[in-house]
Design a binder for this molecule. Sequence first.
Ligand code: NOJ
Length: 563
Amino acid sequence: MATKWWQNDVVYQVYPRSFQDSNHDGIGDIPGIISRLDYIKSLGVTMIWISPINKSPMVDMGYDIADYQAIDPQFGTLDDFKTLLAEAKKRDIKIIMDLVVNHTSDQHEWFQDALANPDSPYRDFYIFKKTNNGEAPNNWRGIFGGSTWEPVPGEDGTYYFHTFAKQQPDLNWENPKLRRAIYDMINWWLELGVAGFRVDAITHIKKDLDWASIPADDVDGLASVVKKGRNRPGVGEFLTELKQETFDKYDAVTVGEAYGLADSELEKFVGKDGYFSMVFDFSYMNIEVKNGDEWYRGRADWTPVDLRNAFFNAQEATAAAHGSLANVLENHDQPRVLSKLVTDPQYQTPQAAKALGTMYYFLPGVPFIYQGQEIGMKNFERKSIDEFNDVSSINNYETALQDGYSSEDALLAVNQKSRDNARTPMQWDDSECGGFSDATPWLAMGTDREGINVAAEENDSQSVLNYYQALGELHHDAEWEPVIVNGDFQPMRSLPETVVGYQRRLGQKVLTVLVNLSPKSARFSLVQTGGVLEQVGEVQLTKQRVKMSAYSAIVLGNKPEEG
Ligand code: NOJ
């Protein structure tokens, strides 16, 4: 039996700008989400995470919040949001929001007041520092590139701190008044009926208070902010208070975005009294690049063994900490998984999309599906940097040029890794605006919507969409759900190098998941019994041997009476 109310959930991430437009402006909105709830439900989804819908100037597409308690008019109104909560509830779907509290927008009234007046009480809500030597306070480099310090206009030698874009000033968590204001805001949303939060960039809230420069790690003379402003000693005290003052009071579910967590910290983060219900498993999120933040620096060589070892280790470390992971193939910050993990374009097929879905869906923890993943959407190649919207793509492109890369190489890197790959509008049908809108979409539609769209896939029993619906059914199947939710995890480390496999065991029941992540077939011995619960592509099974064709997958279910 599940011990926590959210452990049986299947979560769907909506990127609201690109999901469904209802008011003809080419931008997705809340009424659009409401109109698609039955579709979401058909995937076996029981919880929706909505990327930020708060008022925002959209420099970082909503992750720059200007008013925590207002809905951005582009997305609708607070009444629309209340309707969404009610309509979702009718369908037994919970809603979680994105909680962005490491920083606000520079347009937030707190920051505007702080900028306008050095004596403003809000100055201490942010991080301002003065230097006398004409230089920034230190050499830390932000996640989106460049210094983390921005000069304050009209105040010589004064700077403010930002981990991400300069329009996203960091909040000063050392200030109890700021923390109280944040807790009150969180509780306001919980009172409204949200079930919890995906918690953005949360391990950045504590910085090293020496604010000291450190040895440069690149030719720009800067050093990554993650060394001095992420997972730093003392972050736990903030996270404990945050949890006690907010989430605990409402039994809310929380999913931490916590890049770079050491295994030794998992107990504190997701153990019995952990700061969060779960954290995302990002163990292989950036496997295809040499450097996750400065990804223009090139591709990494990786193998399916690296990939399986990454998540085997993450799962084992999390189990040892008695915690849970949120399992993801995609999100709004990553390219499409089919383009990322299947390197040869001729194999970027619906079959491979299904095989990848099989790989992560049955892991211990909660599966998160990112909109469009369930129809096998792919990256979309753009011909010029002007076609990109994403602030981090544009920054990476510019840094690459400054670093001596040619514009062709820089564009190639951006096409491969840009966050805009996942942000193209949802492909509901094959019409010009994909059924997403009847006006020009805010970001160009993908070019492959003819074959890859919901309407076509609903009518094709072999489609990726139908497969995801079947995965949802199996997840909630009375017989198998307890195994999927509570079964032990046993990685299969001695399979051929291209095969990712694991077993889940509960009592006498065994679920075996095998995925051949390769254009080559694989053969191996496996003493198996039990029936085929799901199959993708060609898999030949005898009592002792398995032969798997390229990008095939199989899920076997073994019950005691079957021996
Ligand atoms: C992580 C979010 O997922 C990303 O989209 C955003 O740019 C940064 N945090 C900053 O909020």
